[in-house]
Design a protein around this ligand. Structure first.
Ligand SMILES: Cc1cc2nc3c(=O)[nH]c(=O)nc-3n(C[C@H](O)[C@H](O)[C@H](O)COP(=O)(O)O)c2cc1C
Length: 221
């Protein structure tokens, strides 16, 4: 697959087939992603991949924490807080497009919450990944992790594997520390659900679009 095709084909997948990704293919995907560049080649990311019984137990514990009313316990500041109007508008439009795709209206709070809860059920994906870096690292190191995650997602797309990057998977990290070996001196920046996409599912078939090029990029010569 051409890079341009992988970029276009990668879309966040929030409904999956009940089919595991072969273990060898998973290893090969993570091996390829390991080639991502980083500042002075520091490679600050650590990834804990969960499948099978561990994945199920992590889901159970995250959902139990949420249901018990525990507040989120992010190590790093979440990316969706304190947004200025331009970014906040895009965030709201993105949420509304998601609700619309499954016929949920903004006023239907219970249904919205149900949809939100799907985050910690890995959207039904057979696999999850928790991506962390040391707690004492900062924004520049987080750039490395972001580059790594996009490399990983494109490799997945090129191999026909769907995924959804999820800041939500950084909110209730206890289970990932206890069951999936996230290093104690690390904080989770982001998680990823992955598996084979249910291509027919409406939730996988809407497009949030992007800003016009000149609102993001300026050219000078
Ligand atoms: C850093 C990051 C965090 C995200 N967190 C979530 C999340 O918690 N839950 C979710 O459903 N989607 C999440 N997304 C997916 C975005 O909503 C999605 O990438 C965006 O709307 C663009 O859509 P696309 O990925 O289909 O191109 C996240 C994406 C990124 C890059």
């Amino acid at each position: 697959m051409k890079l341009s095709e992988a970029i276009i084909q990668r879309r966040s997948i929030r409904s999956y087939l009940d089919k595991q990704v072969d273990e060898e293919l998973i290893k090969s995907i993570f091996l390829q992603a390991q080639d991502a560049p980083s500042n002075c080649n520091t490679q600050p990311w650590h990834v804990s991949v969960v499948s099978g019984a561990v994945r199920d137990e992590v889901e159970k514990r995250m959902v139990a924490e949420i249901m018990s009313g525990k507040p989120p316990a992010n190590v790093f500041k979440p990316g969706d807080k304190d947004l200025v109007e331009e970014n906040r508008k895009r965030q709201i439009d993105c949420a509304i497009a998601l609700y619309d795709s499954v016929g949920v209206k903004f006023e239907e709070k219970d249904k919205r919450q149900e949809l939100m809860l799907r985050n910690w059920q890995f959207f039904g994906a057979p696999h999850g990944a928790f991506i962390s870096m040391r707690k004492d690292m900062g924004e520049v190191n987080a750039v490395d992790v972001g580059i790594y995650v996009q490399t990983l997602m494109l490799v997945m797309a090129a191999n026909g594997v769907g995924c959804c990057p999820q800041g939500a998977l950084a909110m209730y990290p206890n289970a990932a520390y206890e069951l999936a070996g996230v290093p104690e001196d690390h904080g989770i920046l982001i998680g990823l659900s992955f598996g084979y996409a249910d291509k027919e599912a409406p939730i996988n078939n809407y497009d949030v679009g992007r800003a016009e090029l000149d609102t993001s990029v300026s050219f000078y010569s």
